[in-house]
Design a protein around this ligand. Structure first.
Ligand code: GLA
Length: 746
C-alpha cells in the first residue's frame, strides 16, 4: 500500500518509491502537513515545535494549554482564511450573511484503489492500475463548508496528484473567493525557485532565484496559461544542480488564469499555493453543490533537476495524455505558414505538397487563411467554410489531390475566436466577450467567443465535428491568438460574472474532450500564438503543442530547454524554417536548424521550392535520420549537459533510451571563440558496466582546424560518465554535432 493510516499517531502517509509525504490530524482536527521529502518511515509531527513566536493566534480551545499551537506557524495541509493563519490562504468562502473565511477540521478519510477523476477537468488517469486515492474530508461547520482533499499516489512514478472538491453543506448559498488546488508548507530548507517566464516568441525562459522574504507570485491573468508565465515551477535546494540535490516540482493541469504563489514567512518557512487565479474569481455554490479545483502534480526527488524532469516527462506521456499519439510515431510535416503566410492559392499549396512529398515528409499542413474571406488577420474568424476564391474548387479536391500524392493532410483552426468582420459575429454579436456599454478591446483585430455559454461551445463542437466529418483530415493545428479581456458574459447573472474565466476554460475542455474522443485518429496540435498555452491541461488532450512562433534555432535552444524542465520532448512542436530567420534575421546552417528541431515533434516551415538541390538532399537525409531517431527522442530520458548558469559557448543535451542501450548526444556551438578551450563533456545516464560505440557521428557545418578527430572504437559506460569526451574544436557560424551511441559487446 502506498497510502498508510496510523490510527495511533493519527498520521496519513503517502509513499512513492523515492519520496514520502505525511499529514497528521491535530488535537482539534486541523490537518497538519508534517513532511514531504526523500522516502523515510516515521512520525514527523515532532519536527514541528509548539513554539510561541509571539502574536500568532491560538485556537480558543487550546489557549489555556499552550500559546505555541498556532495555525499561523504550524504547517497546514490546506490553509484556511480569516482563522489565525496570516500566510497565504488556500480556501476562502463567504456565507450569504457575510461571514468570510475557512477554518477546516478533519471529519473522515478514505483510501481507495484507482485514481479519482475530476468533473469537467483534465486529470491524470491510471493506465497501469497502480494508482491509489486518498480522500480526506475537512469541514468548517460554522460556514457549512466542506473540502475534500484528493490525493492520487503513483508509487512507481514518484508522483502525487492533488485536487480539492469543495461542497456547500449548509442550507444557504456560499460564495467561494479562493479555491487553490494545493497548499504545500515547507518549514525547513534553503529554497531557490526555478520558474519559466517570457513573452510572445520568447516563451519559458528559465530563471532561478533564491526565495526572498515576502511573496512571489508566478501567475497569469490573461485567461490562458500565457506566454508570460507557465503553471509549473521547481523549488530546489540552493545547492541543487542538474544531477544532484533536492528538487520539488509543482505543475498545474490547467490552461486558464492561474496563480503559483510563494511566501517565505517570519520563520523562514515557505508556503506554496497553486491553483486558479483568485483575482476576479468567485464561484456560487447553492446548498449541496460542489466545485472541483484543477489538478496539481507534485514530484519530489533528491537526484537533481534532470531526474525531476524525467519523472514529469514519463508521467505526462504515460499517465496524463490520453491521445493514442502520445507514445506513437508522429508524421514529419510541412506547414505552409512561414512559406506563404496568407498569400497562397490552390496551385501554391499543391506545389508545396509536391515538394514536400519529394523530400520524404508525411503530412502537409494548411495554416491560417483558407476560410471565410481571410487574406490577412483582420477578418473571418468564426466563418469556418472554405474560401473558394483562394482554393478554387474547395477543400475536398485539394485534400484529394494532396492525398493522391501519398501525403496526409492537416488543417489550421482557431475556433475560440471571432472577427468583428465575420458572418458569425454579425449573426451573434452577443457570443463575444464584451462589457455592455463599452467597446471591447481588440487584439490581433479579434474578439473571444464566450465559451461559458452552452450554445457557443456546442456550436464550436458541431463546427469542428462538421469539418472533420466532411473532410479527410489527419491533423488539426488548434490555435488561440489572443488573451481574454472584457470579461462579461451576456448569459451569466450578475453574481456569477466572477465565474466566467473558469467557466470559459471548462467550455474549452468540454469541446476538446468530446472532439478528441469522437476523432481519436486525428492528431491534434495545440498552439496559442506559438507557446502561449503550453500546459498540462492542453497536453491531457493534445499530445503536442507548437512551442513558439520563434523558429530561430539559437533562440529555440533556450525556449526548448525551459519547456523541457517540465514537459517531454514529445510534446514540443519544433520546425526547421528558412535562413535568415523570419523572427530574428539570423543566418544558421540548415543542419543545425534540423538538429534543434529534432529535440521535439519534427517538421518544416519553409518553401522547399526556394532551396537548392544540395539543400533538398540534406533535408531528405534529415527526415530519414529523424525517422531512425524519433522513438529514442520520444521515449528516452533527457539529460541537460550544462548548468543553467554556466558561462558557456554551447548548449548540449543527451537522450538515453529506457534500456540504456542507446544514446544521442546533441551539441550546438552558440559562440565560436578564438583559441577556444577544449570542449569537454561528461555523459550522463549510461550504464557504467556496458560498452558503447559511436554508431553515427555527424558534425554539421564545422570547420575543424585540428584535422581528424581520433576516437577509440568503443568505451566503457564508466569512461564516458566519469572521464567524459573531449570534442573537436568546431569553428564557424553555429556548427553542431550529433553522436549516436549504441551498446556493443566488443
Ligand atoms: C499563430 C501561430 C502561427 C500561425 C499563425 C497564423 O501566430 O502560432 O504558427 O499559425 O498564428 O495566423
Amino acid at each position: 500500500m502506498s497510502i498508510v493510516y496510523d490510527a495511533a499517531a493519527r498520521t496519513l502517509t503517502l509513499h512513492t518509491r523515492e519520496s514520502s509525504y505525511q499529514m497528521q490530524i491535530g488535537p482539534l482536527g486541523h490537518l497538519l502537513h508534517t513532511y514531504y521529502g526523500r522516502r523515510a518511515e516515521g512520525n514527523f509531527r515532532s519536527l514541528h515545535l509548539l513554539k510561541d513566536v509571539g502574536f500568532s493566534p491560538v485556537p480558543h480551545e487550546l489557549d489555556g494549554e499552550t500559546r505555541g499551537w498556532s495555525l499561523d506557524t504550524l504547517p497546514q495541509e490546506l490553509s484556511g482564511a480569516n482563522s489565525g493563519d496570516f500566510r497565504l490562504a488556500s480556501l476562502c468562502a463567504v456565507t450569504a450573511d457575510g461571514r468570510r473565511g475557512a477554518e477546516l477540521r478533519y471529519v473522515r478519510h478514505e483510501i481507495r484503489r484507482g485514481k479519482y477523476a475530476l468533473r469537467g477537468l483534465p486529470a491524470a488517469f491510471d493506465p497501469d492500475g497502480e494508482a491509489e486515492t486518498l480522500s480526506v474530508i475537512l469541514a468548517d461547520e460554522a460556514l457549512g463548508l466542506e473540502a475534500e482533499l484528493l490525493y492520487g499516489v503513483y508509487e512507481s512514478r514518484d508522483l502525487i496528484t492533488r485536487a480539492v472538491r469543495v461542497t456547500n453543506r449548509g442550507s444557504a448559498p456560499l460564495r467561494l473567493e479562493k479555491a487553490a488546488s494545493c497548499c504545500l508548507d515547507l518549514p525547513f530548507g534553503d529554497w531557490d525557485v526555478l520558474h519559466f517566464h517570457g513573452r510572445h516568441a520568447m516563451e519559458r525562459q528559465p530563471e532561478r532565484l533564491p526565495l526572498p522574504h515576502g511573496e512571489l507570485r508566478i501567475a497569469s491573468r490573461r485567461g490562458e496559461s500565457s506566454h508570460q508565465h507557465n503553471p509549473f515551477l521547481i523549488l530546489c535546494d540552493r545547492h541543487t544542480t542538474e544531477d544532484a540535490g533536492d528538487a520539488l516540482g509543482v505543475m498545474l493541469v490547467y490552461s486558464g488564469s492561474f496563480e503559483l504563489a510563494l511566501e517565505k514567512d517570519q520563520m523562514d518557512a515557505v508556503r506554496l499555493t497553486a491553483g486558479i487565479q483568485p483575482e476576479g474569481f468567485c464561484w456560487q455554490l447553492r446548498p449541496g453543490e460542489s466545485f472541483d479545483t484543477p489538478e496539481a502534480l507534485l514530484c519530489f526527488g533528491h537526484e537533481g533537476l534532470n531526474a525531476l524532469s524525467q519523472r514529469f516527462h514519463r508521467f505526462l506521456r504515460q499517465d496524463l495524455c490520453r491521445s493514442r499519439f502520445s507514445r506513437a510515431p508522429r508524421p514529419v510535416l510541412l506547414n505552409n505558414w512561414e512559406a506563404t503566410y496568407f498569400d497562397f492559392d490552390r496551385e501554391k499549396i499543391l506545389a508545396l505538397a509536391r515538394e514536400v512529398k519529394d523530400l520524404g515528409a508525411d503530412l502537409l499542413v494548411l495554416d491560417d487563411g483558407w476560410f471565410g474571406r481571410r487574406n490577412d488577420d483582420r477578418s473571418s474568424l468564426g466563418d469556418w467554410f472554405v474560401n473558394e476564391e483562394k482554393l478554387r474548387g474547395g477543400l475536398a479536391p485539394l485534400i484529394r489531390d494532396v492525398k493522391a500524392m501519398g501525403l496526409q493532410f492537416g488543417l489550421w483552426v482557431e475556433p475560440e475566436m471571432v472577427s468583428e468582420d465575420s458572418q458569425l459575429f454579425r449573426a451573434h454579436p452577443d457570443w463575444a466577450l464584451r462589457l455592455p456599454g463599452r467597446q471591447p478591446m481588440l487584439s490581433r483585430s479579434q474578439l473571444v467567443l464566450d465559451l461559458s455559454r452552452p450554445d457557443v461551445y456546442d456550436w464550436m463542437f458541431e463546427t469542428l465535428k462538421g469539418l472533420l466529418e466532411r473532410y479527410d483530415i489527419d491533423y488539426i493545428k488548434w490555435d488561440c491568438n489572443r488573451s481574454l479581456t472584457d470579461l462579461y458574459s451576456a448569459a451569466l447573472p450578475a453574481g456569477r460574472q466572477g465565474e466566467l474565466a473558469h467557466r470559459w476554460v471548462l467550455g474549452l475542455y468540454r469541446v476538446m474532450e468530446r472532439l478528441t474522443k469522437a476523432f481519436p485518429q486525428v492528431l491534434f496540435e495545440g498552439c496559442a500564438g506559438g507557446g502561449g498555452r503550453f500546459d498540462a491541461g492542453i497536453l491531457a488532450y493534445f499530445p503536442q503543442i507548437w512551442c513558439s512562433d520563434d523558429t530561430d534555432p539559437i533562440e529555440r535552444l533556450t525556449i526548448q530547454r525551459g519547456s523541457c524542465y517540465g514537459y517531454p520532448l514529445s510534446t514540443v512542436g519544433a520546425h526547421v524554417s528558412a535562413s535568415p530567420n523570419h523572427q530574428t534575421g539570423r543566418h544558421t546552417p540548415l543542419d543545425t536548424r534540423a538538429l534543434v528541431a529534432m529535440a521535439g515533434g519534427f517538421g518544416y516551415e519553409l518553401d522547399p521550392g526556394k532551396l537548392s538541390e544540395p539543400e533538398k538532399q540534406r533535408i531528405r537525409r534529415q527526415i530519414a535520420r529523424f525517422r531512425e531517431l524519433s522513438e529514442l527522442v520520444r521515449e528516452g530520458d533527457l539529460f541537460r549537459l550544462t548548468e543553467l548558469d554556466d558561462e558557456k559557448d554551447y548548449e548540449a543535451w543527451q537522450i538515453v533510451s529506457p534500456e540504456r542501450d542507446e544514446s544521442l548526444l546533441s551539441l550546438v556551438v552558440t559562440r565560436p571563440r578564438a583559441n577556444a578551450k577544449p570542449l569537454h563533456l561528461r555523459l550522463k545516464g549510461l550504464d557504467p558496466a556496458a560498452r558503447y560505440r559511436i554508431a553515427e557521428r555527424e558534425i554539421f557545418d564545422a570547420f575543424l582546424p585540428e584535422g581528424e578527430w581520433e576516437l577509440p572504437e568503443s568505451w566503457s559506460g564508466a569512461a564516458l560518465l566519469y572521464a567524459g569526451l573531449t570534442l573537436p574544436r568546431m569553428m564557424g557560424d553555429y556548427p553542431s554535432l550529433r553522436l549516436h551511441l549504441k551498446k556493443t559487446e566488443e
